[in-house]
Design a protein around this ligand. Structure first.
Ligand code: SF4
Length: 481
């Protein structure tokens, strides 16, 4: 029997399961780590086969490299499957080198958006000599199939979204194929995951991530979703989603959920069906959940039934207060849409997490001030400001490449820590300073603190969580002046 090790490596905490954002959790204002479903999906498919499995999120457990080394010594993996991000790739590869030094015959598979349709020249920048396969597409569908193909010594050439070695070169398979039947995926192997690690931000209760849909028909110039998951919206059936929520609730005692979808509210009929079924199920009134939404299209009825079915927080990508920036980033929304969405949520009693972006190549301080004004005018419950990263193959990357003829690369960069590039008018340091100053002024203002303390939903546990967030945020925003 073969031993398969599926891991998030030790190191800084990143949203490794999210190809789109790959967010840096430690430097973020108020986001929490989501479950390692990418590992869980592959493990679930492998559980039906004769493999011994070991799954661990070392970064989430705050474990060090020595803990991984000890586990490798004990488990003796024949194959290691590791989730990587563009920001952490160099450190992740050093970890693989350590593992290979102990287990020279182990097969290595890396999974991450950094390998999506990757150019061989770009791969040469990475020390991949110990790596056997790269998955850049939707790993949930192909991870187990690739592992089977490897051990059965069959060619992986028909497995979409991967790179494999052939004649000393990396060879790509088809990256423009997306599985339509999302209901066919097993539920992530939560019996192997440490579900307590992934929590709701305010109460600290365990929160399961339920992947409900993939793909986005929009064309935001910075976003990897339409590339990796396609432009067609693919959704699971409401029945399948509820079955997974039931499994979490009854088997693992989890009553909080993050509905992971690139565009949860895009298909209002689907949302209505899902929420109606939740309301008619035994889960009604016993669960709480969170979802992402665009600000357009968005109907009042959609938000209303979501609230009735247990939604307590909606995350909107407001992005910018500049009409020019919204248009040039091809968001397909307006500042008026942002005000309308915020108003609808407030009226219905939903909390809002507002996401903003600052630092597109054309932006100067005037654009940033407009975004700052919008941030304070909308006054969301939680906010985050991202500095755009020019991911390979995005339109933003093409624009940045024209502006920076010496070349631009996102490897090693993330939204907060080390953005790859400034704008035509602003340096990286100015963007980082803008983000930190706005976050500090936003969260530490008297009116915000007073509102949080007066919130009727505030429990003692949530209060102490907020104090901990405030301490982390204070450290983060005061690091670099
Ligand atoms: S709306 Fe834009 S940012 Fe959101 S998933 Fe679609 S393309 Fe990406």
């Amino acid at each position: 029997m073969k031993n398969i090790m599926l891991i998030y490596p030790p190191g800084r905490v990143y949203q490794r399961g999210e190809d789109r954002c790959q967010g840096n959790i430690e430097d973020s204002a108020a986001t929490t780590m989501r479950a390692c479903n990418d590992l869980g999906y592959v493990a679930a498919a492998l559980m039906k086969r004769p493999y011994r499995l070991f799954l661990k999120d070392y970064q989430g457990e705050r474990k060090k490299i020595r803990h991984l080394i000890r586990d490798v010594e004990k488990f003796m993996p024949d194959l290691v499957f590791m989730s990587v991000t563009s920001a952490t790739i160099f450190g992740d590869l050093e970890t693989i080198n350590r593992v290979k030094a102990m287990m020279p015959d182990a097969t290595i598979i890396l999974k991450g958006a950094v390998f999506f349709d990757a150019d061989p020249k770009r791969l040469k920048r990475l020390d991949l000599h110990h790596v056997d396969y790269l998955i850049g597409g939707e790993s949930d569908f192909v991870g187990a199939e690739l592992i089977d193909a490897h051990f059965c010594m069959t060619s992986p050439e028909n497995i979409p979204g991967i790179l494999y070695r052939s004649g000393g070169e990396w060879k790509k398979t088809d990256f423009a194929v997306w599985d339509e039947n999302l209901d066919a995926l097993p539920f992530p192997a939560r019996s192997l995951m440490n579900n307590k690690l992934y929590t709701r931000p305010d109460t600290g209760e365990p929160q399961a991530t339920i992947s409900v849909g993939r793909g986005c028909p929009s064309g935001c110039i910075y976003c990897l979703t339409p590339l990796i998951s396609g432009k067609k919206l693919r959704q699971r059936s409401p029945q399948s989603v509820i079955e997974e929520m039931r499994d979490c609730f009854h088997t693992y005692g989890i009553r909080n959920f993050f509905m992971k979808s690139d565009t949860f509210t895009m298909d209002k009929d689907w949302v209505e069906q899902l929420c109606t079924q939740i309301l008619h199920s035994e889960l009604s009134g016993k669960i709480a959940w969170v979802a992402n939404s665009r600000t357009r299209p968005l109907e009042r009825e959609t938000l209303s039934i979501m609230k009735d079915a247990g939604c307590w927080l909606v995350a909107f990508g407001f992005e910018s207060g500049s009409a020019e920036s919204l248009e040039r980033m091809k968001k397909g929304t307006t500042v008026a849409d942002s005000f309308r969405a915020m108003h609808l949520a407030k009226v219905l009693g939903l909390k809002v997490f507002g996401f903003y972006m600052a630092g597109f190549p054309w932006e100067d301080m005037h654009h940033l001030r407009m975004t700052e004004d919008l941030i304070f005018a909308l006054d969301a419950d939680f906010i985050e400001i991202h500095i755009p990263v020019p991911y390979a193959l995005t339109e933003l990357r093409t624009i940045c490449a024209c502006e920076a003829p010496d070349g631009v690369d996102e490897l090693g960069s993330d939204y907060h820590r080390s953005p790859a590039l400034g704008t035509e008018h602003l340096s990286i340091e100015e963007l980082v300073r803008f983000r930190r100053n706005v976050l500090r002024r936003y969260y530490f203002r008297g009116a915000y603190i007073k509102r949080k303390l007066a919130d009727p939903d505030l429990t003692a546990r949530a209060f102490f969580r907020y104090v901990a967030y405030a301490a982390k945020l204070f450290r983060n925003v005061c690091k670099f002046k």
